[in-house]
Write a protein that binds this ligand. Structure first.
Ligand SMILES: [Zn+2]
Length: 156
C-alpha cells in the first residue's frame, strides 16, 4: 500500500465561477490562480502524485505555462491517476478537508463526492469530504484543501 498527502490554497476573486471538486458552486466569487482554481482537485492530484513519489502538480503543469490558464483541473487529476495506474496501483479511498468561510459546502457535498469518485474510479463511499470554517486562521478570503489518499497494488 501507499499513502499520499496533498495541500492547496487559492484566494477568492470576484467575477469568476467557483469550482470545487469539479462542481460549480453558487457564490459571488471564484478561486483565482492556476487553471480553474479548483483547490480540491489540485490537492487530490498532489496526494496521488505524492503517493508514488512523482513530481508535484506545479512541476507537471507549470502555472507559468499559458496552456493551463483557465484549464479544467480534471485534466491534472486524470494525468496523476494514469501515473498511479502505470506504477501498478489503484485508489483504495481518499479523505479531504476543505477550510473556507463561505459558501456552505453541505448542500452540494454529495454532488462533489460523486464527481470526485467518478474521476478517481471509486465508489462514492470511498470519498470522504468535510468542510470547516477557518476559526482563528485569518484565511477568510481563501479556500484551503487537505487530502489524504490510500493506494493499493492493482490486481493484474
Ligand atoms: Zn491549486
Amino acid at each position: 500500500m501507499r499513502i499520499g498527502y496533498g495541500f492547496d490554497s487559492h484566494e477568492f476573486r470576484k467575477g469568476i465561477p467557483l469550482k470545487i471538486g469539479g462542481v460549480t458552486l453558487a457564490h459571488d466569487r471564484g478561486l483565482g490562480g492556476h487553471s480553474d482554481g479548483d483547490v480540491l482537485l489540485h490537492a487530490i492530484t498532489d496526494a496521488l502524485l505524492g503517493a508514488i513519489a512523482a513530481p508535484d502538480i506545479g512541476a507537471l503543469f507549470p502555472p507559468s505555462d499559458a496552456k493551463w490558464k483557465g484549464a479544467d483541473s480534471a485534466i491534472f487529476l486524470r494525468e496523476a491517476l494514469k501515473r498511479v495506474r502505470d506504477t501498478g496501483y489503484e485508489v483504495a479511498n481518499m479523505d479531504a478537508t476543505l477550510i473556507l468561510a463561505a459558501p456552505k459546502i453541505g448542500p452540494q457535498a454529495a454532488e462533489i463526492r460523486t464527481r470526485v469518485a467518478e474521476l478517481l474510479g471509486v465508489k462514492s463511499d470511498c470519498v470522504g469530504l468535510k468542510a470547516k470554517t477557518p476559526e482563528g486562521l485569518g484565511t477568510e478570503n481563501a479556500a484551503i484543501a487537505q487530502v489524504v489518499v490510500l493506494l493499493e497494488k492493482s490486481h493484474g
